[in-house]
Design a protein around this ligand. Structure first.
Ligand code: NAD
Length: 372
């Protein structure tokens, strides 16, 4: 088995998830080329050294450009703050590397579009880190909807709620950057991506975005404050191309919620309900039975839901967050080897960003807007 060199830029939350995912994918999935953790880059040298040691990267650097230019790096993973994705991705594409970029793809729809053009012009393979879409049960949900098991879809109610910014003393970070961040881009992009994954394109939106905590300390404990201009809560009403409507909410001040990425989808023949808080369960209601037996059936994840079986032969033993990232890495590696394109790729990341930006504009003008 030959090797495919993986270079990871950033060693924070997502840098670790990518390192773990590529290392694990090599052991679990049938791949012709074994991924090798070739190089890690981080401006924080101590963090790069820690990642180098703990994950067994062959080499490390402080300079991401060195990683991108290195001939032994074939896949560049971009796991840095969102505003850096554009420059790093364009450099990686120019160097002929396949790019696995974290979500949201870029801090603006225009930059995301330019990334798509560059990647497609150079025939570069791309992947965007919407890892929750890799849940085998969400693949099942998509199949059930496409197969008509829910009948005609009449509504989508989705939310992504967490509480990591609920504390007003939580300091200002890159997630509050006025140039393109905020909760809708950060968390909302996940639930918009999920809505599109299950029900297809969103064509129009009206949104109400709200900043709850108007200023935050520049660093934790500091008396110096910086004004917050981006959204803490985003509430959207949307229309899908297939004809139904829906609501989408994103909040990072949802006290008590740490991972409420979920939805309910109603149809004329049935309904589905899901929350990432219980990611190994999909609830399915079939309409029309006796009223005394009405309710939701709990479908438990198991080896019947590929690729669960690569992780564990027994149902009910459960996948976790990092397993979804591993599936994402394996899908990308298999596509590079000529397998099917399962996405989401840069083009889908761009489509999601268009919905985000249309919603931000809609909230400013207080009106329905078409998604371009
Ligand atoms: N897919 C998901 O579920 C998920 C979850 C969290 C974050 N994200 C996304 O991942 C990205 C990173 O988020 P995070 O939570 O890992 O951030 P983080 O702050 O934990 O990590 C960012 C890392 O990038 C490094 N970095 C910053 N500037 C750099 C530069 N110029 N060169 C090299 N390294 C640099 C930092 O030192 C840090 O190690 C964001 O786009 C975010 O939206 C995705």
């Amino acid at each position: 088995m030959t090797g495919v060199g993986v270079g990871i830029i950033g060693t924070g939350f997502m840098g670790k998830a990518h390192a773990l995912a590529y290392r694990t994918a090599a052991s679990l999935f049938p791949l012709r080329a074994r991924p090798v953790l070739e190089m890690v880059a981080d401006v924080d040298h101590a963090a790069a050294e820690r990642a180098h040691r703990s994950f067994g990267f062959r080499r490390l650097t402080k300079d991401w450009r060195e990683l991108v230019a290195d001939p032994a790096v074939h896949i560049v993973c971009i796991t840095t703050p969102t505003a850096l994705h554009y420059e790093m991705a364009l450099a990686a594409i120019a160097a002929g590397k396949h790019v696995h970029c974290e979500k949201p793809l870029a801090e603006s729809e225009a930059k995301a579009g330019a990334m798509v053009q560059a990647a497609e012009a150079a025939s570069i393979r791309t992947q965007v880190g919407f890892n929750y879409l890799k849940n085998p049960l969400l693949g099942l949900a998509r199949e059930m909807i496409a197969g008509g098991e829910l009948g005609e879809i009449t509504g989508f109610r989705g939310s992504h709620a967490e509480d990591y910014m609920a504390d007003p003393e939580a300091p200002f970070t890159w997630r509050l950057d006025p140039a393109g961040a905020g909760v809708l881009a950060d968390l909302g992009s996940h639930i918009i991506g999920l809505a599109r994954f299950l029900l297809g394109p969103i064509t129009a939106v009206i949104a109400d975005l709200e900043t709850v905590v108007k200023e935050r300390p520049v660093v934790r404990g500091s008396a110096e404050r910086r004004a917050v201009t981006v959204d803490d809560i985003a509430r959207l009403t949307v229309r899908f191309a297939r004809g139904c409507g829906g609501t989408i909410e994103a909040s990072w001040v949802a006290t008590g919620r740490t991972m409420q990425l979920g939805f309910e989808i109603s149809g004329t023949k049935g309904a589905l309900a899901f929350t990432q808080e219980r990611l190994n369960e999909l609830l399915f209601h079939r309409a029309g039975g006796p009223a005394s037996r009405r309710g939701f059936l709990r479908i438990e994840a198991g080896p019947e839901h590929p690729p669960y079986g690569f992780f564990c032969p027994a149902p009910g033993h459960q996948l976790g967050f990092n397993d979804l990232k591993t599936i994402e890495a394996a899908d990308f590696l298999q596509m590079i080897e000529g397998g099917p394109a399962k996405g989401p790729d840069f083009r889908e990341g761009w489509e999601i960003q268009k919905v985000v930006e249309t919603a931000v504009r809609s909230s400013r003008v207080r009106a329905w807007l078409s998604v371009p």
